[in-house]
Design a protein around this ligand. Structure first.
Ligand code: SF4
Length: 271
């Protein structure tokens, strides 16, 4: 174990229960000098209990998946299978399992909720209004995430700070009160170029859409390629305002997408 990871070890509160804020603060201050595998090892050493890494099979997530599987780290690699992903995303999912000989568990949305939403609003209702889009994201992403994080003390995500203005202020680690976990963004200070270099150097499988101008890849109907010079997330929900482009998973990137708001949107659509 490295000297840094000793410094970052969990310090139980007087009651014997680790203080999440304390752990998040320690992770945030100790990461800067570490490479990706060491950061992940520190996360594992610091957060007691189950840790889940949610991958969408984008290039950042592939780098993290590689570092987890390559070091046999005890972290659950899971994905949210919205049912609207690109065929290329399912391909890289399968290629990744084959490469590392590990299964990546998919969490699907509630069949009942999807069927009800589509029956009421239409198959592409997310284009009708921001609220309908949030409701769709809530059904297909946010609720499955809640199940994926059940029983977890830590959540690893592949966000980078320079992906968008929303994400620039994010930190390495925060307490995600909505899910009761420490959320860690081990690539928050990496550039896209650094991620690409890491993926190339380690011959990591990646989504073929990245070679066709797709920088950020989500659901097929809500993602397009971007032109050179366009912001990285310009291809996500491109019909919406730039500052609203979050799906409700990452509340540290979009605190205004509080659970009450998406729950309310969902309730409206369930009514
Ligand atoms: S990205 Fe689009 S299709 Fe996917 S869950 Fe959100 S609104 Fe629905």
């Amino acid at each position: 174990m490295s000297a840094q990871s000793n410094v970052l070890r969990a310090v139980p509160s007087p009651a014997g229960v680790p203080d999440l804020s304390e752990l998040a603060a320690r992770l945030s201050t100790g990461f800067a000098l570490l490479g990706l595998p060491d950061r992940l090892r520190v996360i594992r050493d610091t957060i007691p209990g189950r840790i889940a890494f949610t991958t969408s099979f984008g290039i950042e997530d592939q780098a993290i998946t590689h570092a987890i599987f390559d070091t046999a780290l005890a972290v659950d690699v899971v994905t949210l299978d919205t049912g609207r992903l690109f065929p290329e995303t399912y391909d890289v999912w399968a290629q990744t399992e084959q490469r590392y000989r590990r299964r990546i568990r998919g969490f699907s949305p509630s069949q009942e909720r999807v069927e009800g939403f589509v029956a009421r609003e239409g198959i592409n209702a997310f284009r009708a209004s921001v609220e309908a889009r949030h409701a769709c994201c809530h059904i297909r992403k946010v609720e499955p995430l809640r199940r994926a994080l059940t029983g977890a003390a830590g959540w690893i995500a592949g966000l980078r700070g320079d992906q968008s203005g929303n994400r620039a202020a994010m930190r390495y680690a925060v307490v995600d009160a909505a899910h009761g976990v420490i959320k860690v963004n081990p690539l928050i200070d990496w550039t896209r170029e650094r991620v690409v270099d890491y993926v190339r150097a380690n011959d990591i499988p990646y989504n073929a859409l990245h070679d066709r101008g797709f920088l950020s890849i989500g659901c097929a109907p809500c993602t397009r390629a971007v032109a050179p010079g366009e912001p990285e997330r310009a291809g996500r929900w491109w019909w919406e305002q730039e500052d609203k482009k979050e799906c409700g998973l990452h509340l540290d990137a979009a605190p205004d997408l509080a659970p009450q708001r998406t729950e309310r949107a969902l309730a409206d659509h369930d009514a």
